[in-house]
Design a protein around this ligand. Structure first.
Ligand code: KIV
Length: 276
């Protein structure tokens, strides 16, 4: 029997100022995806800082080959379900493909994901001029924003596949410039995906806002993974930057708790999860 928003013992609400304080204090931020209330409750119980309703649901839940078919209605549906499983864990939701096509659509998506579905922050990929304008517009309306740079999955066709970004000096410098730009327009968090460890370290050192890595090395202020990868149930090949934490453990809760512990201690990611 599922109990809506049952409280967990002694957990303080994770807030935007709280995340900034964690960076300042060198406490690593633990992020994991969730797509429904039951898994949200597992994250809550394990003390995960942020539950991300990622458009990765298009791949791991819906079985698509990319995140591109996911719609705003579907993001609202899954975000609403995840919200019912959380109490202290912060809820962040993705803007799906083309919901960022202009500022009007960005604001509509932000209003639905925050106002209707219950997210505390929205995530938006890239740093093109219209994205920077969209981030600024959300921030001006008190909607906190998590930016997403590097291997941004919605650009899979432009990249020619899910390929590591920022390996050449000019590309690395460009990603750093994008990171400074999203911070300048008011983003409160950055997900940095699929870049060399050296670039992950550079970006994390250059920004005042927390940087959450996924395949971006151990120097980021926190880490995020897709829950299916953490549980070893990825449809197809599990990405190199992930780890099956259920292997050798006897429950979903134990696997999630081990992930949280390894992120907080710095044991994850290990060198075999990183890129040069
Ligand atoms: O869609 C998603 O789940 C994501 C994370 C993997 C960062 O964007």
């Amino acid at each position: 029997m599922y109990v809506q928003n049952a409280s967990t013992p002694e957990r303080k609400l994770v807030t935007v100022p709280g995340l900034h304080a964690m960076k300042a204090q060198g406490r690593r931020i633990v992020v994991l995806t969730a797509y429904d209330a039951s898994f949200a409750w597992q994250l809550e119980t394990a003390g995960i800082d942020i539950a991300l309703v990622g458009d990765s649901l298009g791949m791991v839940v819906q079985g698509h080959r990319s995140t591109l078919p996911v719609t705003l209605d579907q993001m609202v549906y899954h975000t609403t379900a995840v919200a019912r499983g959380l109490s202290a864990t912060m809820l962040v939701a993705d803007l799906p493909f083309m919901a960022d096509r202009d500022t009007t659509h960005v604001l509509e998506a932000g209003a639905r994901l925050v106002g209707e579905a219950g997210a505390a922050m929205v995530k938006i990929e890239g740093a093109a001029p219209h994205i920077l304008e969209g981030i600024a517009a959300l921030v001006a309306r008190a909607i906190p924003v998590c930016a997403h740079l590097g291997l941004t999955p919605q650009s899979v066709h432009k990249f020619g596949g899910f390929r590591i970004q920022g390996r050449e000096q000019a590309a690395a410098d460009h990603i750093l410039a994008e990171a400074l730009a999203i911070q300048a327009v008011g983003a409160d968090l950055l997900v940095l995906e699929g870049v060399p460890t050296t670039l992950g370290e550079r970006v994390t050192a250059a920004l005042n806002i927390p940087v959450i890595g996924i395949g971006a090395g151990p120097h980021c202020d926190g880490q995020v993974l897709v829950i299916h990868d953490v549980l070893g149930i990825t449809p197809g090949k599990r990405p190199k930057f992930s780890k099956d934490f259920l292997a050798g453990r006897d429950s979903v809760g134990a696997a999630i708790a081990a992930y949280a512990e390894d992120v907080r201690s710095g044991a994850f990611p290990a060198p075999e999860h990183c890129f040069n």
